[in-house]
Design a protein around this ligand. Structure first.
Ligand code: MN
Length: 173
């Protein structure tokens, strides 16, 4: 799953991680949003699923306003260790520019005000299905972002998704 990630990068030149460490199997799934000051500044949303970080590049800052749909372009899977990466990708390398962690925390599959989280494997099953069907409802428990969002694919087999804040949200007990 990390073939594309590795193919795009020269690990002698970039400080980005080449390996993936699995998180312990009891922890909830993690997410990270990195602010990436590449040629075009964007935010990279990464969700842990099946041992990798599923990733979307979002040209504009994620919004708390349900009316503000954010384009989210699916990009290659990233290794788990990328969730801790901050640094400068040198000029001439893929994605050259500064990367900082903008937000991080745990995330949970979410539906109609309910967490669908009982354990990692059932959470990942829901996520896997959502990725195939092109619709993913998630609850982000970050430092900046807290609440439910939907990621929805615009067309079958397209890389373009939309990230939309839920309005029907209940707070976590
Ligand atoms: Mn990026």
């Amino acid at each position: 799953m990390l073939k594309d990630y590795k193919k795009k990068r020269n690990f002698k030149q970039t400080p980005e991680p080449s390996t993936s460490q699995q998180s312990s199997c009891k922890d909830p799934l993690i997410f990270v949003i990195q602010k990436h000051s590449a040629r075009q500044q964007h935010y990279d949303l990464r969700l842990e699923a099946d041992g990798v970080l599923k990733s979307w590049a979002i040209p504009k800052e994620p919004s708390l306003n349900p009316k503000m749909k954010r384009l989210a372009v699916m990009v290659e899977d990233h290794p788990m260790d990328y969730s801790k990466f901050e640094g400068i990708i040198p000029e001439g390398q893929y994605g050259a520019g500064k990367v900082i962690i903008w937000d991080k925390g745990n995330y949970f599959p979410y539906n109609n005000g309910e967490y669908l989280f009982t354990n990692r494997s059932s959470a990942q099953e829901v996520i896997r299905e959502g990725l195939i069907n092109g619709k993913l409802s998630i609850y982000l428990e970050g430092e900046k972002l807290k609440g439910a969002w939907t990621l929805i694919r615009t067309k079958p087999d397209d890389k373009k998704w939309l990230l939309i804040k839920h309005r029907d949200e209940k707070t976590r007990r």
